[in-house]
Design a protein around this ligand. Structure first.
Ligand code: SF4
Length: 379
């Protein structure tokens, strides 16, 4: 099996099940072992849904809500209360996830920002990131939708990493009847531009694919190649998430088929194959029953797991208890280690703003992973 440039047609044949996947899984596991050994990481986090208002209306989403029906901003005191509770639980990441520029659609959002003295939702993200970074031991990881380079540079002194899911590179998903119809923030070129801006600003960046929203296997492969290309040009992708669509009641896609575990495992293995041994490849463990199968498919990270807050994007899917995650990871032959929201290989003057660098280094062990909660508790 060739590496580092897999054949896209062969990758697609694996995805559609035209080939025995055993060689693919063997190669994916070999590449993961080459790059990461048998260490599997997670980030101990709190989830801060800064606003559940959004400009867009993706047809699988229950996170975004209209004003008066759950769409609102968290007040600054509420943000800090969640962050301080996370600090008491020895979390290291404050994940800011929110809807895209709601003020451009909802007058209530514009009014809330005016009343609180913020120019925009992204300005509020910056202010809250700075407050969390200054007043707690948590490191913010902003995931606020599309950003230009100036916004990313403004967030860099308070965020050691940031993120935006590519989801899929195909503009077909924006056509009438598709999940991103009338969702301008899901325009793939604009999402690629955000990742490029992160590269230009030297920000370690998280992205990934969302699998099962109506895309074809060829479009999954094209999306993974697009991410590989972005990383080759900018070097900024610290991790790639392979996330499976889960159908939610009260959404237009409530009856859409979810990807099977077998299919998702093949996508994960193809991702590892395309992205190579060095990339951190992640599957969220709360979106699958038998999440260990993705270890055989080449992942080395479980992403953010919270001992405190729910997954606001998939609120019906609780995160596994961390002890359970550790035991099930160990039973599969891997050691679970906590990491910071920035991966060890990006902890450097090149990638972390000088405002944050010493705090990040102090929070990391000699290998760049997070000091483990047990170690901190006993010290
Ligand atoms: S998926 Fe994101 S962009 Fe789409 S409606 Fe939900 S919050 Fe908005």
């Amino acid at each position: 099996m060739a590496h580092p440039v897999p054949d896209p047609l062969l990758a697609e044949e694996y995805l559609v099940g035209q080939r025995d996947p055993s060689p693919l899984f063997r190669e994916a596991a070999r590449l993961r072992d080459e790059g990461h050994g048998h260490t599997v990481t997670y980030s101990r986090k709190v989830f801060i849904p800064l606003t559940t208002l959004c400009f867009d209306t993706c047809t699988y989403c229950t996170f975004a809500k209209p004003p008066g029906a759950g769409g609102e901003y968290l007040e600054p005191e509420e943000v800090m209360a969640v962050a301080r509770a996370g600090e008491r639980q020895r979390c290291t990441e404050a994940l800011f996830t929110l809807g895209d520029r709601p003020e451009d659609r909802w007058p209530q959002a514009r009014n809330w920002l005016d009343d609180h003295g913020y120019e925009s939702t992204l300005d509020y993200v910056r202010a809250m990131s700075e407050a969390v970074a200054a007043e707690t031991s948590l490191f913010p990881h902003a995931n606020p939708g599309l950003m230009d380079e100036a916004t990313i540079r403004a967030l860099r002194p308070s965020n050691p990493s940031m993120g935006l899911m590519l989801e899929n590179i195909s503009p077909r998903l924006m056509e009438p009847g598709m999940p991103h119809f009338n969702c301008p923030d899901k325009e793939p070129r604009r999402r690629v531009a955000t990742i490029e801006a992160a590269g230009a600003a030297k920000v370690p960046f998280t992205s990934g694919v969302l699998v099962g929203i109506g895309e074809t296997p060829a479009e999954v492969v094209a999306s993974l190649f697009a991410l590989a290309d972005l990383h080759e040009r900018w070097g900024c992708l610290q991790e790639v998430i392979v996330q499976n669509f889960r159908a939610k009641a009260d959404t237009p896609m409530r009856r859409s088929a979810e990807p099977t575990a077998q299919y998702l495992a093949r996508v994960v293995a193809v991702a590892r194959w395309i992205l190579g041994p060095g990339m951190n490849v992640q599957v969220p463990p709360n979106l699958s029953e038998r999440y260990e199968v993705y270890l055989d498919a080449g992942i080395n990270d479980w992403g953010g797991v919270s001992p405190l807050t729910i997954d606001w994007v998939n609120p019906e899917q609780p995160w596994p208890h961390l002890e359970e995650l550790r035991n099930r990871t160990a039973a599969a032959g891997f050691e679970l280690k906590p990491r910071l929201p920035v991966y060890p290989e990006f902890i450097s003057e090149e990638w972390i703003d000088p405002t944050l660098l010493s705090a990040v280094r102090e929070a990391a062990d000699g290998d760049g992973y997070a000091l483990s909660p047990q170690m901190e508790a006993s010290s």
